[in-house]
Design a protein around this ligand. Structure first.
Ligand SMILES: NC(=O)c1ccc[n+]([C@@H]2O[C@H](COP(=O)([O-])OP(=O)(O)OC[C@H]3O[C@@H](n4cnc5c(N)ncnc54)[C@H](O)[C@@H]3O)[C@@H](O)[C@H]2O)c1
Length: 467
C-alpha cells in the first residue's frame, strides 16, 4: 500500500505548534527527539549481526526443561499447567520467586507429581543464576510488568527461549530490546496471550480465514474488568505494583487480551500492520473516590494523585485501512468485557455475549440454531483434541491449558511458535504509544514496524498449520 508521507508525531514541530507545545516539550520526561528516534528505528534496517526470527525453526526438544520465574497469582497457575505436561512433554527444573512464601504452594505440587526443581528465592537477582543453568530450555516469566523486559532479555542472552506474561513490554524501547535480543540469539520470545486460544476467539478466527466475514473493515477490543478491590488490597500484587501504575501513567496499560485476537483476525504482521493511532482518556475519578473508603493505614487511602483516566479509548488505523477501537477500564463497577467485535463486508461478530450476523441471513442477529451450525462447522479442532486436558486442568475456561500445551508442543516438535516476538512488540507498543498520544492531546502517533518490512507477507498462524 502506498501512503502519502504524513507528519505524525514523530513529533513534528507543526503538531507541537498546534498543541501549543514548545518543540522541546516532553511526554513524561522523554524528549520529542528521543521519541522520534525510537519511532524511526524500524526504517533503519536490521543490524548486520542479527537475522529475522519469523518462522523460527529449532531442533525438537523431546522433554522441554522449564524454569518458572515469578510465582504470584499468575505464575502459580502457569506452573501447574506445565506440571500437567510432566513427564511426557516437559519437566520443571527450577523455580524462582523473590518471596520465600510463594515457593511452597508450587514446590509441594511439583513434588507430589514426582518433580524436584531447584529453588531460587530471597534475592531479587537470584533469577539470573537460574537463567544460566544448563538444564533450562525455556524460561516462563510471570513477574510484574516492569520486570518482563530485563528478565526476558537476560534469559535470551543465555540462549534460552522465553515465554512472557502480558504485556511483554510497557515501553517502546523494551519492545525493540525484545526483538533485537531474540534476533541476535535466534531464540523464541512468545507472549503468553492466552485469550488467543479461547474457544470463541479461535472459532471467529477460523471463520475469518474461511471468508465468512468477507473483507474485514474494523474491529473492537477491550480489557474491561473491575479490579478495584484487588488494586487496593495490600500485597494482592507484589509490592502493590499494579495500583502504582495508576499513579504514574495514562493511556492503555493492558491492551493485549482484547487486541491479540483482533490482530490475528486482521493478519497483523502477516499481511497488514498497525499504522498509527490516536488515544484519549476520560477523567480519573473511580480510584480517588474509592480510596476514601479503604482503611486509613492503607498507603493508597484518600489519594487524589491517580493520573490514569478511568476509561482509555485508543483508535488504531492499519496499513490496509482498517480501524480498531481498543478500550481499557479496570475501575468502573461494570461487567467484564473484551468486546471481541469484528466487522466485514459479509458479516459481523460481537462478544459479551457472543452474537453473529451474516449479510444474506437478514439484518438481525442469527438465532441460536443458526449460530450452532456455524459453531459446529468452524470450531477449531484443538478444542476437541485437548478436551480431556481442558476438563481436568482448565484455566480461564480452558484457554490457559491450550496455550501451555501449544507452547510446549511446538518446542517438542521444533515448530515455530504461534506468536512471535514481532507480535509481542506490535501488541505491547500500544501501551507507550497510547500514553504519548493521550499526554499530548490525542495527536496521531506512528506505530513502529518491528518486522522491518516483513509484515506484507501473508503467513498462516501455526495453530492452523501444525497441530
Ligand atoms: N494472561 C492472564 O490471564 C493473566 C492473568 C493474571 C496476570 N497476568 C500477568 O501476569 C503477570 C504477573 O501478575 P500477577 O497478578 O501474578 O502478579 P503478582 O504480583 O501476584 O506476581 C508476581 C510475582 O513475581 C515475583 N517477583 C517480583 N520480582 C521478582 C524478582 N526480581 N525475582 C523473582 N520473583 C520476583 C513476586 O514475588 C510475585 O510473586 C503480569 O504481567 C500480569 O499482567 C496475566
Amino acid at each position: 500500500m502506498n501512503h502519502p508521507r504524513r507528519n505524525f508525531i514523530k513529533i513534528s514541530s507543526a503538531a507541537a505548534a498546534w498543541l501549543g507545545l514548545a518543540p522541546s516539550a516532553t511526554a513524561s520526561g522523554v524528549s520529542m527527539s528521543e521519541i522520534e528516534e525510537i519511532l524511526n528505528e524500524g526504517s533503519k534496517g536490521r543490524p548486520m549481526d542479527q537475522a529475522s526470527v519469523i518462522n523460527l525453526k529449532k531442533n525438537p526438544i523431546s522433554q522441554v526443561k522449564v524454569a518458572m520465574l515469578g510465582l504470584g497469582n499468575r505464575g502459580t497457575g502457569q506452573a501447574q499447567l506445565v506440571n500437567a505436561l510432566f513427564p511426557d512433554k516437559a519437566r520443571i527444573t527450577a523455580i524462582c520467586d523473590v518471596r520465600k512464601e510463594r515457593i511452597a504452594p508450587t514446590l509441594d505440587k511439583l513434588k507430589e507429581a514426582g518433580q524436584n526443581p531447584v529453588v531460587y528465592t530471597e534475592d531479587k537477582n537470584a533469577w539470573m543464576e537460574m537463567c544460566r543453568r544448563d538444564d533450562v530450555d525455556l524460561v516462563i516469566i510471570c513477574s510484574p510488568w516492569d520486570e518482563h523486559v530485563p528478565m526476558a532479555v537476560y534469559a535470551m542472552q543465555q540462549g534460552k527461549h522465553v515465554a512472557v506474561e502480558v504485556p511483554p513490554s510497557m515501553t517502546l524501547q523494551g519492545c525493540w530490546d525484545l526483538v533485537n535480543t531474540a534476533e541476535q540469539n535466534q531464540v523464541n520470545c512468545m507472549m503468553l496471550e492466552n485469550v488467543c486460544y479461547g474457544d470463541e476467539e479461535l472459532w471467529v478466527l477460523n471463520m475469518v480465514q474461511n471468508e465468512v466475514f468477507g473483507t474485514l473493515t474494523y474491529g473492537e477490543a477491550a480489557y474491561i474488568q473491575n479490579l478495584r478491590e484487588g488494586l487496593f488490597q495490600d500485597e494482592h500484587y507484589y509490592n502493590d505494583w499494579r495500583i502504582r501504575y495508576h499513579l504514574k501513567q495514562d493511556g492503555n496499560l493492558y491492551p493485549t487480551h482484547g487486541l491479540g485476537p483482533v490482530a490475528q483476525y486482521m493478519g497483523i504482521n502477516r499481511g497488514d500492520k498497525f499504522d498509527h493511532l490516536v488515544s484519549m482518556s476520560s477523567l480519573q475519578a473511580s480510584l480517588s473516590e474509592h480510596s476514601k473508603t479503604v482503611e486509613s493505614g492503607n498507603e493508597f487511602h484518600d489519594r487524589s494523585d491517580f493520573i490514569h483516566g478511568d476509561m482509555n479509548n485508543t483508535l488504531v488505523k492499519t496499513a490496509l485501512g482498517r480501524t480498531i477501537l481498543i478500550q481499557h477500564d479496570v475501575v468502573t463497577p461494570r461487567p467484564y468485557s473484551r468486546i471481541n467485535a469484528i466487522a466485514g463486508t459479509k458479516g459481523y461478530h460481537e462478544g459479551y455475549p457472543s452474537r453473529l450476523a451474516i449479510v444474506d441471513k437478514g439484518h438481525e442477529w442469527l438465532d441460536d440454531a443458526a449460530v450452532k451450525e456455524y459453531q459446529e462447522k468452524y470450531r477449531h479442532p484443538i478444542w476437541d483434541k485437548l478436551k480431556d486436558g481442558i476438563a481436568k486442568h482448565g484455566g480461564h475456561g480452558g484457554m490457559d491449558f491450550i496455550q501451555m500445551y501449544r507452547l510446549i508442543d511446538c518446542l517438542n516438535n521444533g515448530w515455530p511458535l504461534d506468536m512471535d516476538v514481532y507480535d509481542a512488540a506490535a501488541w505491547s507498543c500500544i501501551v507507550e504509544l497510547s500514553k504519548i498520544s493521550t499526554e499530548l492531546g490525542s495527536v496521531p502517533v506512528k506505530c513502529p514496524d518491528f518486522t522491518r518490512g516483513a509484515w506484507e507477507e501473508k503467513r498462516h498462524l501455526g495453530i492452523f498449520e501444525n497441530i
